[in-house]
Design a protein. Structure first.
Length: 178
């Protein structure tokens, strides 16, 4: 069996992210932004030259917060995905009570469809429950069909639909980060 097969078939470890992980997680965060932008450039922000650095810094800042959770998936000694979630109190704009909110779930393109996403999702939900969440919510891009299938298979159900009305044709200056 060649090395790539060993790497892909090796077990996935999920652990809390550390400051040392945030460089690669910044890369993954920028890839997440780019993927969403490719799905709908008018709705989702685009990346810029500093996106990876800024996303890395943002996730690093979350590591010390008691209500934040950043988990990293490790396979064959290397990061291959991550989740970012928070515990929130009542949110009247979202019409919900306290909940765990999953903001990011990302798996390296070379590791998709191998169970890494489900393992990350299950670990994130488990940790949010352990921290007291009685409900977990997330949003996913309309065009993220694989993500929607993953979430449905894990027991999530649709509850809200975001609608966007474009009021300006000039989104390039308004819709980028870093």
């Amino acid at each position: 069996m060649d090395g790539s097969m060993n790497k892909q078939n090796s077990p996935v470890e999920i652990r809390p992210a550390t400051a040392e992980d945030t460089d690669i997680l910044g890369v993954y965060g920028a890839e997440l932004i780019a993927l969403h932008h490719a799905w709908d450039a008018a709705r989702f922000i685009s990346t810029g030259p500093r996106t990876t650095e800024l996303y890395s810094r943002y996730l690093k800042d979350q590591l010390g917060k008691p209500d934040a959770l950043v988990l990293v998936a490790i396979q064959a000694g290397a990061a291959c995905g991550y989740t970012f979630a928070v515990l929130e109190g009542h949110n009247y704009m979202a019409l919900r009570g306290p909940a765990g909110v999953i903001h990011d779930i990302f798996v390296d393109a070379n590791r998709r469809r191998q169970g890494v996403g489900r393992t990350l999702l299950d670990a994130t939900v488990s940790e949010l429950k352990h921290r007291g969440a009685t409900q977990v919510v997330l949003s996913t891009a309309y065009r993220n069909e694989a993500g929607r299938r993953l979430f449905a298979a894990a027991g999530f159900r649709p509850t809200m639909v975001e609608m966007t009305l474009q009021l300006s044709e000039d989104q390039e200056n308004l819709n980028s980060i870093g």
